[in-house]
Ligand binder design. Structure first.
Ligand code: ATP
Ligand code: MG
Length: 572
């Protein structure tokens, strides 16, 4: 854990898992609690994984014990070292530390093989030659019992010999598998003689070509937990039916310890997809630029977008741990970063879509430096100087010709305040041949330096600006939700990619930001006044050619739209 980023653990109220842990410690069932986070290195981590990471590492921290990081690397055809590295990086960035407890299921391949042999010797596992279609057919359904495989009652010797052949690469992929001999009549389909080993002639990123048989998840997971003395093995609800198999394997092998599997509801967020397989499709088919595309709810995407580790941990705290699945609104995640940055982000001025403003009564060669505070509510964050001169940029949308009475920004004949500077009045509009406004001409009142008039007259609007002479041309990337519907992967007829939002990325190439950002800190997030929170894009920004990502807007504009929609419906 990084020292300057302490993780608050005391405020945790007790969810049902923490209650179990507490009781197990109180009763003496366990002296120490050990948890683990077991990612498969077949993609980058997403916000759903963050929930599991915060839970497992959080419980360890609260109990001054350890949480293991274990790679569940039993499917070499989909896994890679790059994914392993990215996952380690993400967990550490979130603020968690596995210390010496970094493990790989592949470290246990020898032991797992021995355990499989022990099962065979007990008459509890057999080599089965049914092909995958036949296996499915024999399995039965929820309403029909399964049928026993014709290979089920082979002798122990025959099974041992065949399993050895499998291991030695003498049989082909798909030719046979090793199955646990449990109960083809079980109401729990998982218990109908599940496959525990299969032939896969693929190079493994750690064991290379040592193995051509690989253990299945259900066999590997419980035994890896057991070998590491895990006390509480926390997983998501889809594994509820697998618990019987988890317990069966450990019971049959009479292991010295028997971790308790406990299931909790996975995190679902609307307007996004949350499985690595689907995220991988978005990357491979180039619907997004990379795993860390700031539109992706991967940990690396959120990091690049400007989310802080604390905001993600707070989010996970807010949503809590429960037994029932539910959908969390994307706005809840956005609020977590908004709350964080509202407190911590220094304020600056940046004009996203610039319109030239000329102060006609301001001397051509004059320049001033005006004082601007870095945070309105936190004087300790100090002030900075912003240069001011005759030509400025303002936001295109802050000017309107023939504006209605309630438009409190700039319009002909109206007076507004330039933030930290002067009151100005618009006198004239300059247009190009097509009639587009290319400049607005104003006069300023020299008596109003700092923004208030000595005669006490009031102006309604304050707009931000950047000196045209000093401002830094920058690229600004604005992001919107990646999908246009709440549940893109729940449509039975349409592929989730059909719901991709074509406007999820808007690139503004001629934005201008204030001079102080020339030395912008890549790890800092800024509030561009009135526009939202931004950070430098770490990948694409170079000195002299800055790229900013908008992390989040100042307010939840979607919530407003939804509310408006509801009001409109209510009126009808
Ligand atoms: P995905 O379907 O995205 O690949 P997974 O469960 O297959 O997810 P793993 O790498 O196996 O991915 O997951 C590691 C751990 O993270 C598991 O314990 C899993 O239960 C947990 N996890 C994965 N997705 C979520 C989620 N949406 N909410 C909470 N925990 C999750
Ligand atoms: Mg998985």
């Amino acid at each position: 854990m990084s020292k300057n980023d302490p993780i608050e653990t005391k405020s945790q109220s007790l969810d049902f898992i923490r209650t179990i842990v507490k009781e197990d410690l109180a009763s003496g069932k366990h002296k120490q609690v050990i948890t683990r986070f077991p990612p498969e290195p077949n993609g980058f981590l997403h916000i759903g994984h963050a929930k599991s990471i915060c839970l497992n590492f959080g419980i360890a921290l609260e109990n001054e014990s350890t949480c293991h990081l274990r790679f569940d690397d039993t499917n070499p055809s989909k896994e890679s070292v790059d994914y392993v590295d990215a996952i380690k990086n993400d967990v550490a960035w979130l603020g968690f530390n596995w210390g010496d407890h970094l493990y790989y299921a592949s470290d246990y391949f020898d032991k797992l093989y021995e355990f499989a042999i022990a099962l065979i010797k007990k008459g509890k596992a057999y080599v089965c030659h049914l092909n995958s279609d036949q296996t499915r057919e024999y399995r039965g359904t929820l309403t029909e019992p399964g049928k026993e495989s014709p290979f089920r009652n082979r002798s122990v010797e025959e099974n041992l010999a065949l399993f050895e052949h499998m291991k030695n690469g003498e049989l082909n992929e798909g030719e046979c598998v090793l199955r646990a001999k449990i109960d083809m009549q079980s109401p729990n389909l998982i218990m109908r003689d599940p496959v525990i080993y299969r032939i896969l002639k693929a190079k493994h990123h750690r064991t290379d070509d040592k193995w051509c048989i690989y253990p299945m998840y259900d066999f590997t997971h419980c035994l890896s937990d057991m070998l590491e003395n895990i006390t509480h093995s926390l997983c998501t609800l889809e594994f509820e039916n697998n618990r019987a198999l988890y317990d069966w394997v450990l019971d049959e092998l009479d292991t010295p310890c028997h971790p308790q599997q406990i299931e909790f509801a996975r995190l679902n967020i609307n307007f996004t997809v949350m499985s690595k397989r689907k995220l991988l499709q978005l990357v491979e088919e180039q619907h997004v630029n990379s795993w860390d595309d700031p539109r992706m709810l991967t940990i690396s995407g959120l990091r690049r977008r400007g989310y802080t580790p604390a905001s993600i941990r707070n989010f996970c705290d807010t949503i809590g741990i429960g037994k029932r699945g539910s959908w969390i609104d994307l706005g809840v995640l956005e609020n977590s970063i908004r709350d964080d940055l509202n407190e911590s982000a220094p304020r600056v001025m940046g004009v996203l879509k610039p319109l030239k403003l000329v102060i006609t009564n301001y001397p051509e060669d004059k320049e001033e430096e005006l004082d601007a505070h870095n945070h309105p509510k936190n004087p300790e964050m100090g002030t900075r100087k912003v240069p001011f001169c005759r030509e400025l940029y303002i936001e295109e949308t802050d000017f309107m010709e023939n504006a209605p009475r309630k438009f409190f920004r700039l319009s002909q004949g109206r007076e507004v305040r330039l933030r930290y500077a002067y009151l100005i009045t618009c006198q004239d509009v300059i247009k190009d041949e097509q009639g587009n406004i290319i400049e607005v001409h104003c006069t300023y009142d020299p008596e109003t330096r700092g923004g208030s008039a000595p005669d006490g007259r009031k102006v309604k609007g304050t707009i931000h600006w950047v000196s045209a002479r000093h401002g830094i041309k920058s690229e600004v990337r604005l992001y919107d939700r990646l999908f246009t519907v709440e549940h893109p992967d729940m449509d039975k007829e349409k592929d989730f990619k059909e719901f991709l939002n074509p406007k999820s990325l808007e690139v503004l190439e001629s934005s201008v930001v204030e001079t102080s950002l020339a030395s912008a800190d890549p790890s800092q997030r800024y509030q561009f006044e009135r526009q939202g929170y931004f950070c430098l894009d770490k990948k694409d920004s170079k000195p002299g050619s800055l790229v900013f990502n908008r992390t989040v807007t100042l307010r939840d504009s979607w919530a407003k739209l939804v509310k408006k929609g509801k009001q409109a419906t209510a009126k009808k």
